[in-house]
Design a protein around this ligand. Structure first.
Ligand SMILES: [Zn+2]
Ligand SMILES: [Zn+2]
Length: 304
């Protein structure tokens, strides 16, 4: 049994490596970053000094896991050739940037078919990934994690079956895996709040893609209701999922070693991150699994 890898999405203001300092400042041992501005198609050239600092500071500050999130602009399912090709270039760049930093996973929203249909969209995503893989033979140690989506509009990836259909068409499936976002899962109709609902979701993950294909969790509560298709992240325990859903996942040893990252609202002071992480740690039954720094923070706050 391992210590939980718990952290949050951190700002890269001042350099990608600055996210490590932010993660360590709240005693977390995992971090998610953008490796460039996530609302732009292309980023600045790689800053070699920042890469060096990243590679040195990650172990030095006790951060055990880092994942990057690809740009929100990328749509590998697009039927529009211009957007599709731009998206291929952009995701290839995301993989290469992550690879240079030694980041093992890049979370990607699979894409939206924008009217061309599910089948066409899925084929488009797989073809794009195959093209990117062929162009990045040196990046096999950085995987694309297809994120489970809430199912808003024509967005693909709202079920583990849909994710499986994408992966099936990827020529080298070892280069893709999955990230499960709790808010998206709930909004897409997965009932995380009950033992039966959680067991059913687990059975579906096992049957469709296999539990070992899930490389990372996004831990977000949901402002939208079950099956609402609304992607609205909210503070842990304060949304429609509530604490119980997180309790199931945190104490299920089948997820031992799989990192959990929050993408909940916050200010620069990171107080909300601290509170949300403390709430999660309080749900962990075996306290030896709580990252040491977070355990200290927790006992402190309960004493006060
Ligand atoms: Zn995402
Ligand atoms: Zn989301």
């Amino acid at each position: 049994m391992a210590v939980l890898k718990l952290g949050t999405h951190m700002s890269i203001a001042g350099g990608v490596s600055k996210a490590i300092d932010r993660a360590a400042s709240i005693q977390s041992n995992a971090v998610q970053v953008f490796t460039k501005n996530n609302r732009q198609w292309s980023g600045p050239p790689i800053d070699e000094e920042d890469v060096e600092r990243w590679r040195e500071q990650l172990p030095a500050q006790g951060v055990m896991y880092a994942v990057s999130h690809a740009s929100y602009l990328i749509n590998l399912a697009s039927p529009d050739p211009t957007i599709w090709e731009k998206s291929i270039r952009a995701h290839k760049d995301e993989l290469q940037r992550a690879h240079i930093y030694g980041i093992p996973h890049v979370v990607l929203h699979p894409g939206a078919h924008t009217g061309s249909g599910e089948e066409a969209g899925i084929a488009r995503i797989a073809t794009a990934l195959n093209t990117i893989h062929a162009q990045t033979p040196d990046c096999t140690d950085t995987l694309t994690l297809l994120e489970l989506m809430a199912g808003q509009g024509t967005c693909l990836g709202k079920s583990f079956g849909q994710l499986r259909r994408i992966i099936e068409q990827v020529e080298d499936p070892s280069r893709v895996a999955v990230c499960v976002d709790t808010c998206h899962a709930f909004a897409a109709g997965y009932e995380l709040r009950t033992a039966e609902g959680y067991a059913a979701m687990m059975a579906e993950i096992a049957a469709e893609i296999g539990l070992d294909k899930v490389k990372c969790w996004h831990f977000n509560d949901s402002k939208g209701k079950l099956d609402s298709r609304l992607d609205r992240h909210w503070h842990i325990g304060e949304g429609e999922i509530g604490l119980q859903g997180f309790r199931f996942i945190l104490n299920d040893l089948r997820w031992d070693g799989v990192p959990m990252l929050l993408e909940t609202p916050k200010e620069d002071d990171l107080f909300d991150d601290i509170a949300n992480l403390a709430r999660l740690c309080a749900l962990v039954e075996d306290k030896t699994r709580v990252p040491p720094g977070l355990l200290v923070g927790q006992s402190k706050s309960s004493e006060e």
